[in-house]
Design a binder for this molecule. Sequence first.
Ligand SMILES: [Zn+2]
Length: 252
Amino acid sequence: MRRRRGTPGPLPAALALLLAATAGCAAPSGAGHVSSRAGGTATAVAPAPPPPVVGHVATDDPVVFLTYDDGAERDPRFIDLVRERRLPVSMFLTDSVMGPGYGHFARLRAVGANLQNHTLDHPALPGLPLAAQRAQICGQQRKLAARFGVRPRLFRPPYGRYDTTTLRAAAECGIAAVVLWRVTLEPDGHLTYAHGPHRLRPGDIVSVPSGEAPPLTLAERTTRLLAELDERGLKVGRLEDHVGVTPSPSGA
Ligand SMILES: [Zn+2]
């Protein structure tokens, strides 16, 4: 694509269309049909390949990944903990849940947390039409971009449930990986395991669901988990560095 220097004149129509298309989420369906007559530079818009679904990270590094869901709990002590322990945690956020607490998550982000996509409204996605799934996923991409200036690359479907339409929608919304989990940090601070051995292993992804009036605060639960990680010689890794980092064939 040519770039003109110094002359911020009106964009040629074809270029403007192309820019609209590469804006991905923001473009309504149909924007993928880009005419490539102008200038002769044919850019076929191939459908984005479905993102990988990751439930465990293959790594020999002694790391596990902490992922917090929904955004219902806004524990100020948790912000202190993330800052003091330099925890690169991932927050999978649902707009209708986190909505009143944008400031809390902005502060979390400022101390090292990364913000990821967990839909606008937390519906069960399987069986919903493509447009509805796109609205949930792309819609949350737009919200997070508008509120925080971030463009998440990771997506967690509500309840860990998805279908092939979910993967297509996620790809079209610019998602690089769909993230599930093997381990859950329960509201009382105990760990449960969906499958496999009942102990933490390198590469494990730990989900921390939002609790309603949980017996332990988010900071307390996380502190308990960190003590267990220390015992096992494990550290908290940055999920974004391990999943969805393979080069995207679309180059987008
Ligand atoms: Zn959730």
